[in-house]
Structure formats: C-alpha cells, structure tokens
Design a protein around this ligand. Structure first.
Ligand code: ABU
Length: 561
C-alpha cells in the first residue's frame, strides 16, 4: 500500500471513530456548546471534502474528548456498554503515565518535591466520599498522585537498592495489571505458570543447581522467611503439625551485617529473635567463618539445634559478600541448612566478570534473589530458589480442596499455589521474563557491569576529592560508603565530640537535599561508625556526570555546616 493510500485508510477509520464517539458522547452529556461546535465541524468536513482532500488541505482534526466532568465510573464498562469511552478514559490515564515516565528521565526535573505530611495532606484529596467523584476528579487524583511521588526512575535517585525505571518491565507490570489474575492455579494463570517455571529454571541454572524448585515472593524478607520455614521443615518436620511445644530450641546463624529479616522470620516461626545468633564480620564486612564455627559449637553444647546458616551475597549497607565456600564447608561439617541471601547480589550471577563474588552458591540449599534490585526489574520481584524439589510443598501445603482439587483434568504439578505461604500471589515473574527477553542475558550482563564500573568511578572520584572520606576501602559491589567532612570539621582530632559533630552532617545534608529535590542518597550509622552516606549505583539511567553531580551537590549543600 502506498503511503498516500495508507494515510487515507487511517483518516477513514479516524473519521468513523469520531462519528461513533460523537454519538456516544452525545448521550453521555458532553458540554452542549462545545459538542455543537465540534459536531458542526465534523459534519462539514464529512460533507464537503473527500478523505484525500481532507488529508492534503486540512491539519489533523483534534480528537474529540469526552467531558469527564460530567462522567462517572458508572458510565464506564461494565456498568454501561461504553467500550469506546472506557478506552478513551484508559488512554487518558496511560498518557499521564507515559508523560510521567518520560519526565522521570529528565535531569532538569526534581527527584522529589518534598512536603511535610501535614502539607501534603492538604494537596491530596484523601477522604473516601459517600458520593462518587466524577472522572475528571479521578484523572486529577491520578495526576496529583504522580505529581507528588518520589521519582525513583530519575538518573539521580540513589536512595535505595532498587532504583530506575525499566521501560519493558513497566510495560510488563501494566500487562499483569490488565490481566488481573492470580498465580495460584494453572487453571486461571496458565501462561504465567509456564513463564514462572521457565524463569525459575533459568535462575537455578545460573546458581548452578541441576534440579530444584522455587517460587516468586513478595520481597526478599519473605523469600528469606521461606528459607527458614524450609530449613525448619527439613530439620524438625513434626513442627508443621505439632508446633514448637516440646521441641528443642532451634537457632539460626547469620552475620552482624546481614538483613534484619532473619530476626523477623525467627519471630514469625516461633523461634524467637534471641535465637538468631550474630556472627562477627572481618574488616571487609564478610562473615568470620571461625566465629561461625565457634558459635555453632557453643549452641550445640547448650543443647540448642543449629538448623540454618545464612551467608549474605551483598550486604545491605556495605555490599559485602560472605565467603560461601568456607561457610558451606562448616554447614556440611555440622549438617546444617545453608541459605544464601543474595537478594541484593544475585544479579552478579549474570556477569561473567563478577559472578566469582558468589563462588560456591551452588552448594547452598536455598537462595534468595531479587531481580528488582541490581537487575532493575520494577518492584516487586523476588524469588526463593531451592536445590531440591518438593520441600516447598512439604513445608507449606495445606491441600485446600476448594482451590487445589486433586481430580482436575490437567497435570497438578502446574498448580503451584499450595507451595506458597500466602494464598493470592501476584504475577511478579512476568515483568522479569519480558525484560530478560528484551535485553537478553548479554544485555543484563552489560547493565550490571556498567553499574559496577560506575561504582568504581565514584570510589576513584571520592578518593581524590578533599573533604570526602571512605568509610570502608575497596567496596566489592555497588555500595560506596563515605563521609563528607565539611571544612569546619577538617583536620580536627578524632575525639568523641568531633565524631558526634560528624554524625549530624549526613542527616543535615540529606534534609537539605530533600528540600531542594535535586538528588537522593541514603545514610545510616553502622555500629561504632557515625552516620555516613551509602551511595548505591543500581540505576541504569545514571551516568558518570550524575555521579559528579552528586559529589558536587553534597559539597554545595554541606560546605557551611
Ligand atoms: N533490603 C531492602 C532494601 C533496603 C534498601 O533499599 O536499602
């Protein structure tokens, strides 16, 4: 078809659409005078010109917009047979979303328009009314919501381990929102069940498992909880029915720098937070294996039952990787379940240059891996992966026969829901699968390598810049921890009082940063170390110039402190 004919066809279909919309909108109360004018214009166009004439001589006609002020949810599907109007409304919403996403990559835009809660409350219409709001107000609510959100996709958002806006994965999330089904049975999620199986298999291959199983969970803390439950089931299977009464005291070992979710899991499982034994770390933040061995022996001597050791693959603050091989040796020696919490670091498995950081991960009984972190999948997307198949069902199954009927006409292996601790489960896997297909393993590898290079660039810059001081030298990963020492505190003796003054610097700069809205980076203390910045390079949109910007911004905001 020639370009001219193709365009004619487009115009025809546009004019047909317009006629249809005019009819429907007429019955839905389009503003009278505007409606009359537009209808007259359209009619004149239809009568006096051939389609091709219109194409040549007229600028494209503005598409008719419904008057949302006059319209309500009750005018949309399914209350009314208003497919076209519903489509227009949804397009209006997606236009806002597309604009938001495009804007989130614009460096001239603020990362945050910070307001105190009392002020923000005034900007939003938070009340849930008795009477329906019109669609114009609903569109405004969406606009307002987007207006006051923190732009986590902004190239200068460095605040969390999860950063950036991956376009494909966002599209995947939209697809799952439209589909609105539940992962629990093949019956209602056939496509996503197969996608989940294929994706988990691929992830297990990267870990080095020959077989095994897994499931996508609502975040890394829950994936870690799955590991604790599976390890408990492995050690004391009778707990599932009988609870902990009369059972020996179970104990978990994890490093002082590991994630707090192990304490939560211990609380949830009735093991108790005090029975999570903190293992010391060395100067690089890695678990001290000799301390682990000592503490296991002490626990056993007390009559406790060590049943799980967690090795962290990328600690939250420092980004350190525990020595998995040596920890696995200890676990084998004492026959203890080894879990690797690679929520943050799991992505390095895709990088031939950096996967050595997780050497020995294939020896773990279970692994947590969050693609919503360094891989950049939109929140949330976390998986628990297990070396042996069957333990998830053994641990969590309740065989609810209203949902997991055993006499269905397909292979019940594909009903994965009874493996889960929750009932309903979101389609988290889809956006990962779609993104992985769109980038390929090689594309993801390049992305991860780039982020590692950016982290090195930041370290190099900080080392040469007066006023900046590394908290930990030679970070292994994308966490760079540093102090900014303002001129007033430079060259002073390292006394407690001066340390306390330095402790106040990062929060003061962060507060100014949020007020200005130019960038965002996290800070925290760590044991004896006073507040320091934790810079994370996990945003694929970030470039070296953004790293330079961050350094200069911290100087600009903090030099008078
Ligand atoms: N462990 C959840 C991630 C926390 C963070 O972004 O710092």
């Amino acid at each position: 078809m020639s370009r001219r004919r193709l365009m004619s066809a487009e115009v025809i279909s546009d004019s047909n659409r317009m006629a249809g919309v005019t009819e429907r909108i007429g019955s839905l109360g389009l503003n009278g005078s505007k409606k009359d004018l537009r209808e007259r214009d359209n009619e004149r166009l239809r009568r006096t010109m051939s389609v091709d004439d219109a194409l040549i001589t007229q600028p494209p006609q503005e598409e008719l917009q419904p008057d949302y002020f006059e319209l309500y949810a009750r005018d949309l599907l399914p209350a009314k047979e208003s497919g076209e109007l519903t489509g227009k409304f949804l397009k209006e919403v997606t236009e806002q979303l597309v604009e938001y996403i495009q804007g989130s990559f614009e460096r001239k835009n603020k990362v945050i328009d910070f307001m105190q809660p009392s002020e923000l409350k005034e900007k939003l219409h938070l009340d849930l009314p008795d009477k329906a709001e019109n669609l114009d107000q609903i569109l405004l609510d969406i606009k307002n919501t987007l207006r006051y959100c923190v732009i986590t996709g902004h190239p200068r958002f460095f605040n969390q381990l999860s950063q950036g806006c991956d376009v494909i994965s966002t599209a995947g999330e939209w697809v799952t929102a439209a589909v609105n089904t539940n992962m629990f049975t093949y019956e209602i999620a056939p496509v996503f069940t197969l996608i989940e199986k294929a994706t988990l298999k691929k992830m297990r291959e990267f870990i080095g498992y020959k077989d095994g199983e897994g499931i996508f969970c609502p975040g890394g803390a829950i994936s870690n909880l799955y590991a604790v439950l599976a390890a408990r089931q492995h050690r004391l299977p009778q707990c599932k029915r009988m609870g902990l009464k009369g059972m020996p005291q179970l104990v978990i070992f994890t490093s002082v720098d590991s994630h707090f979710s192990f304490m939560k899991a211990a609380v949830i499982c009735g093991i108790g937070a005090d029975n999570v034994i903190a293992v010391n770390t060395d100067e690089r933040g890695k678990m001290l294996v000799s301390d682990l061995d000592d503490k296991i022996q002490q626990a056993s001597a007390r009559g406790d039952v060590p049943f799980l050791v967690n090795a962290t693959g990328g600690t939250t603050v420092r980004g350190s990787f525990d020595p998995i091989q040596s920890i696995a040796d200890v676990c084998e020696k004492y026959n203890i379940w080894l879990h690797v919490d690679a929520a943050w670091g799991g992505g390095v498995l895709l990088s031939r240059r950096h996967r050595h950081l997780l050497d020995g991960i294939e020896r773990a009984d279970s692994v947590t891996w969050n693609p919503h972190k360094i891989m950049g999948v939109t929140l949330q997307c976390s998986a628990i992966l297990l070396k042996e198949d069957g333990i998830l069902m053994e641990t969590n199954s309740m065989k609810a026969n209203y949902l997991f009927q055993q006499d269905k006409h397909y292979d019940l292996e594909y009903d994965t829901g009874d493996k889960a601790i929750q009932c309903g489960r979101h389609l988290d896997v889809f956006k990962l699968w779609l993104m992985w297909r769109a980038k390929g393993t090689r594309g993801l590898e390049a992305q991860i390598n780039k982020l590692m290079d950016l982290s090195q660039y930041l370290q190099d810059k900080l080392l040469e810049r007066p006023g900046f001081q590394m908290v930990f030298n030679k970070p292994e990963y994308c966490n760079v921890c540093f102090w900014y020492v303002p001129p007033s505190l430079r060259g002073l003796p390292d006394t407690r009082e001066n340390q306390l003054r330095l402790h106040k610097v990062a929060p003061a700069i962060k507060a100014r940063m949020m007020e200005h809205g130019t960038t965002m980076v996290g800070y925290q203390p760590l044991r004896e170390k006073v507040n320091f910045f934790r810079m994370i390079t996990s945003n694929p949109a970030t470039t070296k110039s953004d790293i330079d910007f961050l350094i200069e911004e911290i100087e600009r905001l903090g030099k008078d402190l």
